[in-house]
Ligand binder design. Sequence first.
Ligand code: SF4
Ligand code: SF4
Ligand code: SF4
Length: 259
Amino acid sequence: MVKPTVGFFEFSCCEGCKLAVLELEEEILGILSLVDIVEGREIMDDRAEHMTVAFVEGSITRSSEIPRLKAIREKCAVLVAIGACATIGGINAIKNQYTEEDVRQYVYRDKGHYWADTIPTRPLREYVKVDLELYGCPINGREFLEAVTALLTGQTPRVKDYPLCVECKLKENVCLFHKGQFCLGPVVRAGCDAICPTLGDACEGCRGLISEPNVNAHVGTLAEHGLTAEDILKRFTMYGNYVREERKLDLIPPEALRR
Ligand code: SF4
Ligand code: SF4
Ligand code: SF4
């Protein structure tokens, strides 16, 4: 039987999502018996002409990345965007608050900043058709395995689209708001098993917003608990800057902050 072929690709990112896959260790050996990996910078030098599935991490932050992404799209049957960078722009999208000239100046100062290639950060779906998005910074290994299993068996992978608070409650955690902390759980997509609140840290929204979040209601909650307008904006900007642009979200209604 001819095995499906798989490639891994990266754009602007830390490549931590690929590491999350490699860290699956025992499970990855099972996958390797079912597929042939035909391209992957850390794994091999080969360049494949065609492949069944391309897993792509990283966001598009330079114009020179666009033709390469389109070429990958042309040679794969299924393109899966993996990680916050590839699906929601990730922390790279923080730079979208500034002009391109300011970004060049900040990074390169007087060392040739005028020629540096930089454009507003975008997730992959802005430039090519994406068949599946796996969220998180980094992605969740279990979710990756479930998606691969579904793809290999001809099923449609299912990605969660309900708030993180659901998973947090299933874990029987005491809500961080009762401990004087702030959390984005009510508007953030579940799927990570609420790992941060379970370990005592606030959710910072690395999996992005659910499809229909009541953002302004949560802005009101954060303000009621004492978070300043500036801090609220920072929390929604860390991973959510692109999504705020995309959905034209007005995050801080003055009436919420006057309470
Ligand atoms: S989503 Fe996070 S872990 Fe993955 S590549 Fe981007 S910065 Fe790295
Ligand atoms: S800690 Fe965060 S995720 Fe958990 S219930 Fe509270 S707001 Fe929701
Ligand atoms: S709890 Fe929030 S910040 Fe932590 S991994 Fe899950 S979505 Fe990301």
